[in-house]
Design a protein around this ligand. Structure first.
Ligand code: BES
Ligand code: MN
Ligand code: ZN
Length: 490
């Protein structure tokens, strides 16, 4: 979908005009009413339209204008108005309606340029589809809008805001959605690494580390997870040096299990197909790195993803195996399905010893238990550092990707103690998301760190959020971008 910003003026194609509940109308809406000799206000009256959020009515071929269809949407009260949600709702309402060009009239509404840019972002997020593998879609089942114009009083300012910030956010989020949606026979650790490698085009340095090197680095916990797979495990490091030379970076780290069958501790068959999305943490990191590079962020950021497939096989690791992690700590693998923490513990150790980051944040679809605790509404936030936790909560407010903090305490940590090794990789039935986080904490030392468990946030079937029209949400890319923008840029 092409986005453009224009100054006012009646639209060709279809116009979406806006009205606040307290009788403030977009300039276009008033214009149409004058041109049509009051036809629009008569229609509003007939439709009992008062401008409340959720109300709408249509006028086809309004008199005196070249517009095919005028779709008027209630914007609610001015103080409650969110331009991004509004843009998303407008596109959702018209996406499949056969319209190719839609103008969203935000002119004369006292909105900021950022609001106008965010309305466009909402439209982009709402227009997302993953139809790559559908060959029989008829025209009426495909989105028809090819151009979204935002009419606004200061189009050049809105255009700049979109180009420099909100446009790249839409790209990063949609990239993360694409990656999460790809089927696991197409996106495996090798093809995924190759796809990330292509991001060098954006000015990112991309380094792919294969299994031999991972083993020689001592990353046996990570490598153990992929032993049952026909694909080689890969660690991919994306470097963006947009900040001051020599300044320590922020590290963002993602779990990239391209398919999680559970390994020898095999998962039940029902719903197992969703485990193609078990690389959602890595997708957030890749999406964020895309956004940072596309908007030329003035910060030093390292993105690292651990890509691996967790399969049962004669070569796969067994429950009872003891592996030595890169940190030297030994782990008794009691459940091969608790594999995400085995990947991340080595990547976290690598990141902190190699880059001495100012802070590091990892994202992972780590536990089913976080779905029980928080559903799809919030991702779980765990941190050893109140400042980093607060930074992320603030970024979460601004980006709309919600977080809820959960505790880390020695009592939970103890649940990981093992008789046979330094720790085991499961903590028992209770507090599953917390013990998973405690496991990771054993590998971060005193580096300021946070872990986001996004197992509930990364995807949702039948979400009613107009900004999340597909199964995969792309959660995290946007949040990380905001976290970097707020805390690591000049
Ligand atoms: N990838 C899963 C977690 C998951 C579950 C993500 C549902 C998304 C939706 C993870 O690797 C896993 O299998 N975790 C186990 C841990 C358990 C064995 C301690 C779980 O949550 O059951
Ligand atoms: Mn698992
Ligand atoms: Zn997993």
């Amino acid at each position: 979908m092409k986005i453009s910003f224009v100054s006012a003026g009646a639209a060709a194609g279809t116009g979406v005009a806006v009205a606040f509940a307290k009788s403030k109308h977009s300039a276009a809406l008033s214009d149409y009413d004058v041109l049509s000799d009051g036809q629009i206000s008569k229609a509003a009256k007939a439709a009992d339209f008062t401008g409340k959020s959720g109300q709408s009515f249509d006028v086809y071929a309004p008199a005196g204008a070249s517009t095919k269809r005028l779709h008027v949407m209630g914007a609610g009260a001015r103080d409650d108005f969110d331009a991004e949600t509004f843009g998303a709702k407008a596109v959702k309402a018209l996406l499949m309606a056969g319209e190719t060009m839609v103008t969203l009239h935000l002119d004369g509404m006292d909105l900021t340029p950022d609001d106008a840019a965010r309305a466009a972002l909402g439209g982009v997020l709402a227009s997302y589809r993953f139809d790559n593998y559908r060959t029989k879609l008829t025209k009426d089942k495909k989105p028809s809008i090819t151009t979204l114009k935002i009419a606004y009083d200061n189009p050049s300012k809105a255009r700049a805001s979109y180009a420099n910030f909100y446009g790249p956010i839409g790209e990063g989020t949609c990239l993360a959605r694409d990656l999460v949606s790809e089927p696991p026979n197409k996106l495996n650790p090798e093809s995924y690494a190759a796809r990330i490698k292509e991001m060098s085009k954006l000015g990112l340095k991309v380094e792919v580390i294969g299994e031999k090197k991972l083993t020689s680095l001592g990353m046996n916990a990570f490598v153990g997870v992929g032993l049952g797979s026909n694909f080689e495990s890969k660690m991919v490091i994306m470097t963006w040096n947009g900040g001051k030379k020599g300044e320590k970076p922020a590290c963002i780290i993602g779990k990239g299990v391209t398919f999680d069958a559970g390994g020898i501790s095999l998962k039940p068959g029902n719903g197992m197909w969703d485990m193609k999305g078990d690389m959602g943490g890595s997708a957030a990191v890749v999406g964020a790195m895309h956004t940072l590079a596309a908007r030329k962020a003035k910060a030093n950021v390292i993105g690292i993803v651990g890509l691996v497939e967790n399969m049962p096989d004669a070569g796969a690791q067994r429950p009872g195996d003891i592996v030595t992690s890169m940190s030297g700590q030994t782990i008794e693998v009691q459940n091969t399905d608790a594999e995400g923490r085995l990947v991340l513990c080595d990547v976290l150790h690598y990141a902190r010893t190699k880059y001495k980051p100012k802070a590091m944040v990892n994202l992972a679809t780590l536990t089913g238990a976080i779905l029980v605790a928080l559903g799809h509404e919030h991702a779980g936030l765990f941190s050893n550092n109140d400042e980093v936790a607060q930074q992320l909560l603030t970024a979460s407010e601004e980006s709309g990707e919600k977080l809820w903090r959960l505790p880390l305490t020695p009592g939970y940590d103890k649940m990981l103690d093992s008789k046979n090794a330094d720790m085991k990789n499961i903590g028992g039935r209770l507090a599953g998301s917390i013990t998973a986080a405690q496991f990771l904490q054993r590998f971060v030392g005193d580096t300021p760190w946070a872990h986001l468990d996004i197992a509930g946030a990364a995807w949702e079937s039948g979400s009613s959020n107009p900004r999340n029209p597909a199964w995969a949400s792309g959660f995290g890319a946007r949040l990380l971008n905001r976290w970097v923008a707020d805390n690591f840029e000049g």
